[in-house]
Design a protein around this ligand. Structure first.
Ligand SMILES: C[S@@+](CC[C@H](N)C(=O)[O-])C[C@H]1O[C@@H](n2cnc3c(N)ncnc32)[C@H](O)[C@@H]1O
Length: 254
């Protein structure tokens, strides 16, 4: 019988974003210092950082929200394997107007678009307003948000995704200004390094490349190869060293 399943998905990624073990360890030390009791992860995927935070916070509970059933199932399985199943829920629902929260610590990593129906670049300010409503005084938000490291050239933009536009994101200073306008102070500002991006992009594509090498005549091989070629080209010719990922630890203020 012909195998009609395609390549495995994202198995080489620990986090679904450019985030190293080293940085995540430092974030966990910083974010657990105020001893949050509730954690909310919006657009959580499989919620790896939330699970690690809960391991470091005995007694705390967490809720992850995402639309992707496969990623949520991966999160539930990881929670079960680490003895966290009774302290974490993974819910399949939209993070636009979530039915849960507020929480002492709110995570939104690479998922601000999940919090609002506003289009780029307004989606960032709209997501920040939503995050501000979800965190009580004394709480924290960890926002992972894309920004332009420098203005993209027309050639780079045309190599990115269809319709890519230089106004889609802010620069880092503009992004931090938006957090302040939304009622936060930036307690920590950091950005993903080139090595974190390379690990993420290579990990993202590696499942597909390994599968293609092992299944050259597969009925899905041609379209899979075209898809991964498009993605790699968008990265290497388009957004590599141009699009950044900022990790902002935000304190709500009145
Ligand atoms: C780049 S991934 C980041 C996942 C996770 N935060 C992490 O860092 O590992 C973005 C996530 O947003 C989710 N997403 C997109 N739109 C959403 C929505 N309206 N509600 C909830 N999740 C959404 C996607 O399914 C995806 O898992």
């Amino acid at each position: 019988m012909t195998d009609i399943s395609g390549p495995p998905r994202l198995t080489h990624l620990t986090f679904h974003g450019p985030l190293s073990e080293n940085r995540s360890d430092r974030m966990i030390r910083r974010l657990t210092t105020p001893a949050p009791v509730t954690v909310l992860d919006l657009g959580c995927g499989w919620g790896e950082l939330m699970l690690r935070l809960l391991e470091a916070l005995p007694g705390a509970t967490g809720t992850g929200i995402d639309l992707n059933a496969d990623d949520l199932a991966r999160g539930r399985a990881a929670a079960e394997a680490r003895g966290l199943a009774d302290r974490v829920r993974f819910r399949q629902e939209s993070a636009v107007s979530p039915t849960v929260g507020p929480a002492d610590l709110v995570l939104c990593l690479g998922a601000s678009h999940a919090l609002t129906e506003a289009q780029p670049p307004e989606h960032t300010a709209a997501a920040l307003r939503a995050l501000r409503r979800l965190v009580p005084p004394g709480g924290r938000v960890l926002l992972g948000e894309t920004f332009w490291q420098r203005p993209p050239t027309p050639r780079e933009l045309s190599a990115m995704w269809p319709g890519a536009d230089g106004t889609e994101f802010h620069d880092l200073a503009g992004l931090v200004d938006l957090t302040i306008a939304a009622g936060f102070r930036p307690s920590w500002i950091e950005t993903a390094s080139p090595a974190e991006w390379e690990d993420f992009e290579s990990g993202y594509q590696s499942d597909v490349e390994e599968w293609l090498a092992a299944h050259p005549g597969h009925p899905l091989a041609e379209q899979t190869r075209e898809r991964v070629d498009r993605h790699r080209s968008a990265w290497l010719r388009g957004y590599r060293d141009v699009m950044g990922m900022a990790y902002l630890t935000l304190v709500p203020v009145s």
